[in-house]
Design a protein around this ligand. Structure first.
Ligand code: SAH
Ligand code: SF4
Length: 383
């Protein structure tokens, strides 16, 4: 349900904010912990199920509060276990969430905005423009919905989500406060208890916000690099004109060094045929990243209509991977998952409502960038 009400949605409140809420109600702060467990551990959205809360308080809560996730429009399950939800947010747009089970982990790719203002040239979300920021309840609600869907007994839910990547629609650092609160809930033991190393924020490089992020949290950071020099990066990621590599990379390095030992930056590199996949680009990457602790994730481009780009051949991808690998980098290549339910990166599924709404037109948007990371065999010469 996305109808606006005047009730406070408790799903989107961090522990601190929920404590303040109970204080305002004239109740004890410890109620926050009780309620959070019901919401986030048991997936409960009905106050009557909260049996350790007095009936009087439950009635009081029903009047002024609610627990409301975004509306699930569809849920699909792939043959390979990948699950995909389309959810409708308050602005009327739909965004997507994808769950990838792999090697005992369950990674959830979460959206932070409907649409995106940054207009990267190879990204269909960017092509649609910006529609709205997601609220905390709409962001954490994606984790809530995913875990709930695995609960075998009503009123309970499995901790199926072990990792979260903020790699869905939108630029998370441009919805900073809501994303930070959502990540706090992901990591809180009263929320989802996910370790800071298993919550990853991906950014196209909003430098001042990377600095601010380091002041408030220590989650893992992924940088969408896509090019080894400013000229090419500015073509692919227009934000690079504002925050070029010479300010971006030091900001990332500083963030990573603030995390302590053995933490590294993930570099995402969407590979575009004959644009950024040539040996000269790999050679530039090797120099550019030399003094940054990082692992590199190559993402073969997933085409969408009229993108103007193509996916490189497997040989070109392996050649690129080989060069970086031989220079000592840890390099993985993402392979698509959930293709039978259109859950592979670049496939069109989500919908963003046209901001003007004049024609009630819906625009297809890029499918989420959630794919498993695997190391391609380096010497395999399949085309
Ligand atoms: N706005 C953030 C997070 C969302 S995009 C960011 O840009 O980092 C997450 C990833 O999806 C980005 O690394 C981007 O390169 C990738 N991506 C977008 N469109 C793609 C496409 N068509 N094919 C492959 N990867 C794509
Ligand atoms: Fe926005 Fe990320 Fe797409 Fe760029 S790649 S347009 S920052 S969602």
């Amino acid at each position: 349900m996305t109808n606006a009400t005047s009730k406070t949605n408790l799903l989107g409140l961090t522990q601190q904010k929920l404590e303040a809420f109970f204080e305002q109600l004239g109740e004890k702060r410890f109620r926050a912990g009780q309620i959070m467990k019901w919401i986030h551990h048991y997936g409960v959205d009905n106050f009557d199920e909260m049996t350790n809360v007095s009936k009087v308080l439950r009635e009081k809560l029903k009047v002024c509060a609610e627990i409301r996730g975004p509306e699930v429009v569809s849920e699909d399950i792939s043959r390979d276990g990948t699950r995909k939800w389309v959810v409708r947010v308050a602005s009327g747009s739909c965004v997507e969430t994808v769950y990838i089970p792999q090697n005992g982990r369950g990674t959830l790719c979460v959206s932070s905005q409907a649409g995106c203002a940054l207009d990267c040239s190879f990204c269909s979300t960017g092509k649609q423009g910006f529609n709205s920021d997601l609220s905390v309840a709409e962001i954490i609600g994606q984790v809530w919905i995913a875990n709930k869907s695995f609960g075998s007994v009503p009123g309970t839910m499995d901790r199926a989500v072990t990792n979260v990547v903020m790699m869905g629609m939108g630029e998370p650092l441009l919805n900073f406060d809501n994303v930070v609160d959502s990540m706090l809930l992901m990591m809180d033991d009263l929320g989802y208890g996910i370790s800071k190393r298993k919550v990853t924020l991906s950014t196209s490089g909003v430098v001042p916000m990377i600095e601010k992020l380091g002041e408030v949290t220590d989650v893992a950071l992924a940088l969408s690099l896509h090019a080894p020099n400013n000229a090419l990066r500015s073509q692919l990621v227009p934000l690079n004109k504002k925050y070029p590599l010479e300010v971006l990379l030091p900001a990332c390095k500083k963030y990573i060094s603030g995390l302590g030992e053995k933490r590294s930056l993930t570099i995402e590199y969407t590979m575009l045929k004959d644009v950024n996949d040539l040996p000269e680009h790999a050679a530039e990457m090797i120099e550019l990243l030399r003094d940054i602790p990082c692992k590199i994730n190559l993402i073969p481009f997933n085409p969408f209509p009229h993108s103007g780009y193509e996916r490189p051949s497997n040989n070109a991808i392996r050649r690129f991977q080989d060069m970086l690998h031989q220079a000592g980098y840890n390099v993985t290549v993402r392979t698509p998952r959930g293709e039978d339910i259109d859950a592979a990166c670049g496939q069109l599924v989500g919908q963003v409502m046209d901001r003007t709404r004049r024609s009630e037109r819906y625009i297809a948007v890029r499918q989420l960038a959630v794919e498993a990371e695997v190391v391609l065999p380096l010497r395999d010469s399949n085309p």
